[in-house]
Ligand binder design. Sequence first.
Ligand code: FAD
Length: 598
Amino acid sequence: RNTGERHSYDVVVVGAGGAGLRAAIAAHDAGARTAIVCKSLLGKAHTVMAEGGIAAAMGNAWPEDNWKVHFRDTMRGGKMLNNWRMAQLHAQEAPDRVLELEEWGALFDRTNDGLISQRDFGGHRYARLAHVGDRTGLEMIRTLQQRAVALGIDVFMECTITEILKDGDRVAGAFGYWRESGRLITFEAPSVVLATGGIGKSFKVTSNSWEYTGDGHALAVRAGASLINMEFVQFHPTGMVWPPSVRGILVTESVRGDGGVLKNSEGRRFMFDYIPDFFKAETADSIEEADRWYTDKKNNRRPPELLPRDEVARAINSEVKAGRGTPHGGIYLDIASRRDPEYIMRRLPSMYHQFKELADVDITKEPMEIGPTCHYVMGGVEVDPDTAVSIVPGLYAAGEVAGGMHGSNRLGGNSLSDLLVFGRRAGLNAAYYAARTHDAPVTVDEDAVVAAADAALAPFSEEGGENPYSVQKDLQEVMHTLVGIIRTAEELEQALGEIEKLAERSRHLTVEGNRQYNPGWHLAIDLQNMLWVSECIAKAALTRTESRGGHTRDDYPMTDQDWGTKNIVLRRHDDSVELAIQPLPQMPAELKALFEEK
Ligand code: FAD
């Protein structure tokens, strides 16, 4: 078998979103021969779609803000299931990472005194999202990409990694193929950083793009790494619902941060009916107080529309279920009646265009119809908080593919900061580790390369098998209806049965045509990853018999203190995954004390 070209590096970074680019820059700066491999064109990663901003307690809008408040908000938002050390490092280092981005050329919106402007977002006590209009991700990618290219880091774009290669227990490289030519490619490297983003494409309605098939999650698990928090999937409360072709596309939380409110078909601001005890002390309980907050944040509490995402998504779900939804099964998000057109156009230019072009709705004049959409996975590769290494020596993970940082629910804006903080840490440590392997270099196992090549090309040898598109469609339906926002044991068990059947069907896929740019073949490969990930989510969701953050069980509607001290960890067992329950790392007393302060 011809297994194609070979390349040798110290560090191979899989993914060119914020996490991958930041990791590659750090690895390069630490002296490692570094490559970036990405499945789409450089600059097209998910990160580019991020709208709202980067959360960092810089204290520009509120001098009272500092890392301790940000840490506390993050932990509370994650319902205390976050890895405390990751949340601490994240809150402490985010401001420096934002300033560094500015040094490298990012142009943030500014306050009247010339500081980086910070905007309000759900779950953050103070306005703390550094932003560029509603196009923050674009600016972040532009800046990081320019820097990576200027440093001369090698980039392999439109190149998909399908397997991590090992030398015994250690990482030895990665195997993949060029999407355009279908030719195979092997990377030899002691360190691989996974920065592949999320898993949204396993669900029917999602804000994620075609790339987010959970490749990194599946690559990690197949390579022997562990995944945690997989039951926690974030459904963003506000995705477009109409027309069907754009269902799921994100409507940024900034609409609510800038004054937009949620109303049901009776015109009621229903979020006041859904304020949980946990957030009562810091949430306005009358329309008057909520409205005053926009101009006087010191003396008023936040509107309930800005509760964490899981709370708002569940409330919308309940309203629609109770028959108070919009004609297309959503809820109204209204900024038109609350802010003048000039303000809306200045603060939310992309949203204006998105609705005008895709739905023929003028958001300066009419309300938007919105509903929950699968947005983000809190679960991911279990990593050491300080170094981002997984339990497999040489395998690192950062960004959305890593788990632990966000616990059971991520706060808006905390992903972009996570990418920068842990992307840098992963890149640095991957480079240090690679340097330490120089005395005992790794060797790629040739049989493993041939096996990876055979697995990638298998769909070409099967005749009369299944069409990958129909298996994907069925999987998305299963995940949407049985593993979605509200879950029950019965439905999750049913889902696991269905996933097993789909996995069996996926072993007999047939693709038409040849290896040159063949989307059916690409999907046949991605589908295997989607199935691994879906099994992990459903298994963990069935095991966690409580409701918390991005995991709601209709049959266990309460948060259970006992589960609040436990993580569910998944590891490979033959062609499936096995699950273990692991205690949460204990937070030191000085950090615990922060939760007693007002
Ligand atoms: P990504 O940016 O998703 O990049 C993944 C990279 O991995 C890509 O380059 C891809 O090509 C590559 N890749 C994947 N699989 C493979 C493979 N098998 N082989 C090779 N390459 C591969 N977060 C915030 O903090 N603030 C916001 O305002 C915000 N807004 C958002 C708006 C939208 C519409 C969406 C969808 C998300 C938003 N998020 C926001 C979330 C945030 O954007 C993502 O969590 C984050 O960008 C993920 O970054 P990442 O670097 O982990 O991965």
